[in-house]
Write a protein that binds this ligand. Structure first.
Ligand SMILES: Cc1cc2nc3c(=O)[nH]c(=O)nc-3n(C[C@H](O)[C@H](O)[C@H](O)COP(=O)(O)O)c2cc1C
Length: 195
C-alpha cells in the first residue's frame, strides 16, 4: 500500500470517540485548534454553501457552557426530583476539555440545496476535525442529545433561529492510546453490489 494511503486508512480506522473524562487536563495552544478548524473548512459542499458555523469555548467559557448544559438537562434545583450529583457531573464536563466547539449549521437560500445536504456537509466538516485531532494525537468527541439540538443551545451560542445547532465537539490532550474500535457488523452486510 502506498504510504499516504496507509496513513489515511490508519487515521480513519484508529480514530475513536475519546470523552472528556479521558483527557489529561492540559490546555492546548489555540494554534492547534485553529489548525483543526481550518481542516473543517475543507469539507465539500453542494454549491459552496459552506454552512458550518462554530463557536470555540475555552477557559471560563467552558464553565458557562457547563452551567448551561446542567441547567438545561437537570432543571430547577428546587424541584423534588432534582439530582445534584448528575447536575454537577454535567456541569463539570466541558471544563475537563481543553476546548469545546459548538457546532451549528446555517442553511443556504438556494431552494435546490435541501437542508439534508447542508447537515451532511457539516458532518463532513466535523469528521475532518475529528480525523485531524486523531492525527495530532488528541482525544475528541462529538456530543449531541436533547440540549445540543435545542433552540436554547442555539441561542446560548449566539445564533438566531435560522441556524440549527448540531452539538458539541470536545477536544483534549490524552496520554492513553486509543481503545480498539467496534462495529456491529461488517461493511459487506450494508452493501449490495449490482452489475
Ligand atoms: C452525529 C454523532 C453524534 C454523537 N453523539 C454522541 C452522544 O451524544 N453521546 C455519545 O456518547 N456519543 C456520541 N457520538 C459518538 C458515538 O457514540 C461514537 O462515534 C460511536 O460509539 C463509535 O465509536 P468510535 O467513534 O470510537 O468509533 C456521536 C457520534 C456522531 C457521529
Amino acid at each position: 500500500m502506498k504510504e499516504a494511503l496507509k496513513n489515511l486508512v490508519d487515521i480513519i480506522s484508529d480514530r475513536r470517540t475519546i470523552k472528556p473524562d479521558q483527557y489529561s487536563g492540559a490546555v492546548l495552544d489555540d494554534s492547534l485548534i485553529q489548525k483543526i478548524l481550518e481542516q473543517a473548512n475543507w469539507a465539500p459542499t453542494h454549491g459552496y454553501t459552506e454552512p458550518w458555523r462554530f463557536v470555540v469555548y475555552k477557559g471560563a467559557a467552558l464553565e458557562r457552557l457547563g452551567e448551561f448544559l446542567a441547567n438545561f438537562n437537570q432543571g430547577d434545583p428546587e424541584a423534588p426530583d432534582f439530582n445534584k450529583i448528575r447536575y454537577n457531573r454535567i456541569k463539570s464536563r466541558p471544563s475537563m476539555a481543553s476546548h469545546v466547539i459548538g457546532i451549528a449549521m446555517l442553511p443556504g437560500t438556494n431552494p435546490k440545496i435541501p437542508e439534508i445536504e447542508e447537515v451532511s456537509a457539516v458532518a463532513m466538516a466535523v469528521q475532518n476535525m475529528w480525523l485531524t485531532c486523531h492525527a495530532m494525537g488528541l482525544g475528541a468527541y462529538w456530543s449531541t442529545g436533547k440540549a445540543a439540538f435545542s433552540d436554547e443551545f442555539c441561542e446560548f451560542m449566539g445564533f438566531d433561529k435560522q441556524y440549527k445547532s448540531l452539538g458539541l465537539f470536545y477536544i483534549g490532550a490524552t496520554e492513553k492510546n486509543n481503545p480498539p474500535g467496534r462495529r456491529i457488523s461488517n461493511i459487506d452486510t450494508k452493501v449490495r453490489w449490482e452489475s
